[in-house]
Ligand binder design. Structure first.
Ligand SMILES: [Zn+2]
Length: 314
């Protein structure tokens, strides 16, 4: 049986807690985003997740007589994984998943369990993400045009995951981005873990001041994108500045009220159509949806004849 409580709980001979907030039973952590972390210090997790999340101890799989747990690429952020469980049943939990190749990672793999627990962050039909390669091109063109016109370019994105993807993208177009401390620390961890994201400069250092004499690319967390970053940079450097954001929510929000000039729908999640594709192709006999629009996605899957329900359903 599967319930939601301390994370997602898989009941059976052994109690398995997926992305739980407390240490209990056998903990498994899918990836290092804060909404999936609690006070868990030892867990089954990838090495990358253990480093990014600061876990004290980790194992990347478990093999017992009657229980096997293995981690499979989720394509979401560095170290992100799906969890496959064999405990008499064949269960798979996607965690947060991306089903398209990105500039950093291969697409997550579609598993074929009997019981599928699938995320539903973007579980509404209005969330249709363009091909990431097209969005990379749009960001490149917009950045290049503004730099050539003598403007600084600021791009906001989540500090862990998206900002490293943007760091890599900036490097690919020949720019070394200036990044805030939080992003710099995550970039350092990615680099130390062997992920090649290119160069980057910590904001506020002499190197950053020197670089920013010319039109430059700045990466900031989402909450600083728009007016906040534009005003600060215009004040510091007396140079016109534009701001973009890169997030899946750009499919429905423009972020104009925050002073954002361009919103790029670049997401490290699956969109609605990829979630439906996963559910169908998995062949799972029972599907549970979790996070975000779980009721809506489950309802849609039922209309397609799949046996789905939300774990959050009351
Ligand atoms: Zn995540």
């Amino acid at each position: 049986m599967i319930t939601e409580g301390n994370g997602i709980e898989v009941h059976g001979p052994a109690r398995i807690i997926l992305d739980g907030k407390r240490e209990e039973g056998i903990n498994v952590i899918s990836h290092a985003h804060k909404d999936h972390l609690g006070r868990v210090n030892k867990a089954i997790a990838t090495r990358e997740t253990a480093v990014l999340a600061g876990l004290e101890g980790y194992k990347d799989h478990l093999v017992l007589d009657d229980l096997k747990i293995r981690l499979v690429n989720a394509g979401h952020i560095l170290g992100s994984s799906q969890v496959e469980i064999l405990n008499g049943h064949h269960i798979a939990y996607t965690g947060d998943i991306r089903l398209r190749d990105s500039i950093l990672f291969e697409a997550g793999e579609i598993l074929n369990p009997d019981i599928l627990i699938i995320e539903s962050t973007f579980g509404l039909p209005k969330f249709r993400f363009p091909d990431p390669l097209d969005i990379y091109e749009q960001i490149e063109r917009w950045t290049r045009t503004n730099l050539n016109a003598g403007r600084h370019v600021v791009i906001g994105g989540y500090a862990l995951g998206k900002s490293q993807e943007l760091t890599k993208l900036a490097n690919e177009i020949g720019e070394t981005p200036i990044v805030t401390r939080e992003i710099w620390e995550n970039n350092e961890r990615y680099s130390q873990l062997g992920e090649d994201i290119g160069g980057y400069i910590l904001a506020g250092t002499e190197e950053a001041m020197e670089t920013a004499r010319d039109p430059s690319v700045f990466l900031v967390p989402m909450n600083l994108a728009g007016w906040k970053a534009k005003e600060a940079l215009q004040l510091s450097y007396g140079r016109p500045t534009v701001s973009g954001v890169a997030t899946g929510w750009a499919t429905v929000f423009t972020f104009k009220s925050k002073g954002v000039d361009r919103a790029f729908p670049l997401s490290d999640h699956a969109d609605f159509y990829d979630l439906v594709r996963y559910a169908k192709e998995s062949g799972a006999k029972q599907i549970y949806t979790v996070h975000g629009y779980s009721n809506e996605l489950a309802m849609h899957l039922r209309k397609l004849g799949l046996n789905a329900r939300s774990l959050q359903q009351k």
